[in-house]
Design a protein around this ligand. Sequence first.
Ligand code: UDP
Length: 343
Amino acid sequence: STSSILICGGAGYIGSHMAQWLAERGHTVTVLDNLSTGHRGAVRWGRLIEADLMDPAGLKRAFSGQRFDAVMHFCARSLVGESVAEPYPYYSNNVTGTLNLLEAMRDHDVSQIVFSSTAAVFGNPISEAIDEEHPRSPINPYGASKLMAERFLADAAHAYGLRSVTLRYFNAAGALPEHGIGEAHACETHLIPNVLRAALGQGPALKVFGNDYDTADGTCVRDYVHVQDLAQAHALALGFMAREAGAHTFNLGNAQGFSVQEVIATAASVTGVQIPYDVAPRRAGDPARLVASSEKARRVLGWTPQWTALEPIIESAWRWHRDPPSWSPHHPHAHAHAPGQIA
Ligand code: UDP
């Protein structure tokens, strides 16, 4: 059956891939976004409501105008390094903003939400593969802000009967260039886009943040998962929530770790370009290794990720970055800086 879904943050990287997935399968999609880091051009499916989670009146208008069966909440500040330097906007957007959204949902009898969380809630992991029960001990404000919101959902299940699925993403990557969407941050900090832009001779010189970690080659190890596979998991979560009450949590990754150096080497083979880089000091807030166990998502949700190797993930991102649409800040004629960003 089809449903009406409010995608908060649907003008952003992961949210736009969610809109594509749902719209293609006949669901009614509405995007709510403040366009602080998202783009009007990325809203290709469904109506855009320009509203900010920090403005309860705007949220009230959004929920009064239309009936939603469920909410997907992708609105967040999500950069580890920035959160260390500027924690306040992380707590206001990710904590207070989420609370405002949950209150608006309760006031309008919308009782199902899929929430975007992160591997950053785990801090420095104490086991190889991180499952859902792994202790949460964030080492940066970003992870701490997401962990607080996870707690809201558990409390709201008990108090208000809110149904929720929290999905903790490891490293979201890749794009769907054939659908005109991909990663398009005015101030890009993520590894794969930075590597690919370096291959194009664009953006700042590539830096590897630390090669003295306790890993095989000394660089940080991460678990890269394609945004379309994340979208699939969210869609499965919708069906799961309709059947199961309570607050549920799943980790989403490919259960395979790649070091920063391995990502650069794979990108070199995908692009055919030898990519120059410098080794720089460690970035504040980075754990050495984050690799998921997604056994629970596969078993309970029936999640079957399609993009399980690094090469096709990077290849999809490469096709996107080589030829960005005019609305992307990486388009050759785009302005260097979008308004409202925290530099
Ligand atoms: N990284 C890097 N150079 C860059 C961007 C990232 O060395 O230009 C490293 C970063 O320190 C981390 C890994 O790549 O170890 C992944 O970082 P990213 O920002 O992509 O994702 P995060 O794991 O912080 O969510």
